[in-house]
Design a protein around this ligand. Structure first.
Ligand SMILES: *Cc1c(COP(=O)(O)O)cnc(C)c1O
Length: 374
């Protein structure tokens, strides 16, 4: 198997794999499992710094985004879609699918959203039920400052749906301090469990909006309300994927025990950026670099496919290209979660240097790797 240095799925530790292979109970009939599910949700809330409820849904990250939008959108609702990346723009589909009217706030894809400019926009128009915000827009490696953006929106009474699937645990997230209403995460990014689960934190304001709906939520599987009172009634809306949740729990316990996690992500991300730049590579975006994924422009004389193939064939390391407007143009290194270890990042950077050096016109890039200070 190759070393997965992609921005999701990420490498999964042995203890997470072992937890997934444990004997599992009947999740519908075993009350102990309801306790276990709830304790796992409480752990998510704790790690994301919220006193509000979290729910784990049986589906990949996309389900969390769709469920958040489905649960609070009613036909005709105006929704502000903050768009400076592919996932940012993508939210408009979930909004319109459930009858909402997406209003796009489109900004440069090369820079993070500027809270001051957003503030000026909101002064003129703030009649939105909620806004969608992407924390780390993974295809470009763009990090948006949700600590400023979400409180600003809240000042206007606008709820926030935040996609931090690839941000959380590699970047700080403080749900309550930052007044985030619905925050979405997934199992396969910095959490470092296999793909298959999503989770959503739900503020009191978001719950109230769901309660006060005039129309029913046009979904069952993407409906957060179907979990209402699950704990009191010891009743799940559908059979919970017990093994996946065992694995998720272990991955979350690993995060809880790892006091250096955020600092390590910052150090390794910086090392990655500095090393790539010392090799003459151009980073993407211009600012707002995420500590979970680093993106660089495919250098002249190369194709993305060639670099990716040689990394895999010659060094057994899987990197990712990108998609949409970035297809063939950008390459991504995912240094998040279990990938964010000094040895794996160092090995990846050395392999990339070896690959790129190995072509005549790249001889001038005889840079040495930036020494580790981790
Ligand atoms: C990975 C990811 C998701 C989950 O969806 P995919 O099926 O992997 O596309 C959602 N949002 C972001 C920002 C992600 O990085």
């Amino acid at each position: 198997m190759y070393k997965m240095m992609t921005p999701g799925p990420t490498q999964v530790r042995e203890d997470v794999m072992a937890a997934r292979s444990r004997v599992f109970p009947n999740p519908d009939l075993d009350e102990e499992f309801v306790e276990y599910y709830r304790d796992t949700c409480l752990l998510i809330s704790e790690l994301l710094h919220t006193k509000h409820e979290a729910l784990i849904l049986d589906g990949e990250g996309i389900l969390g985004l769709e469920a958040a939008c489905a649960s609070i959108t009613e036909p005709g609702d105006r929704v502000l879609v903050l768009d400076n990346g592919i996932y940012g723009a993508g939210f408009q589909d979930f909004v319109s699918m459930y009858g909402g009217k997406p209003v796009l706030y489109t900004q440069s894809y090369e820079n993070p959203l500027d809270p001051e400019a957003l503030g000026r926009y909101l002064e003129k128009d703030h009649d939105f039920k909620y806004a969608t915000v992407v924390h780390c827009d993974t295809p470009s490696g763009m990090l948006n400052d949700i600590s400023s953006i979400c409180p600003l929106l809240k000042d206007y009474g606008i709820l926030t749906v935040v996609d931090s699937v690839s941000g959380m645990f590699g970047e700080e997230v403080r749900v309550d301090d930052w007044k985030i209403d619905l925050l979405c995460g997934g199992s396969q990014k910095a959490v470092s469990a296999p793909p298959g689960l999503t989770f959503v934190t739900i503020s009191e304001d978001a719950k109230r909006v769901m309660q006060e709906r005039k129309t029913p939520i046009a979904s069952f599987y993407a409906n957060l309300k179907v979990f209402e009172n699950y704990y009191e009634e010891k009743w799940f809306p559908y059979t919970m994927p017990a093994s996946d949740i065992y694995g998720l729990r272990q991955a979350l316990e690993n995060i809880k025990a790892d006091k250096d996690m955020l600092d390590r992500h910052a150090r390794l991300a910086r090392l990655t950026r500095e090393t790539l730049q010392s090799m003459g590579l151009k980073l993407y975006p211009k600012r707002g670099y995420s500590n979970t994924v680093t993106t660089f422009v495919v250098p002249e004389g190369w194709t993305a496919a060639e670099i990716l193939k040689r990394m895999k064939d010659e060094h057994n390391i899987l990197l990712a290209g990108s998609f949409g407007p970035y297809a063939g143009k950008l390459i991504r290194i995912g240094h998040m979660g279990t990938n964010a270890t000094p040895s794996d990042v160092q090995e990846t950077l050395e392999a990339l240097q070896a690959v790129l050096r190995n072509k005549k016109d790249m001889d001038r890039w005889k840079s040495t790797i930036v020494p580790m200070h981790t």
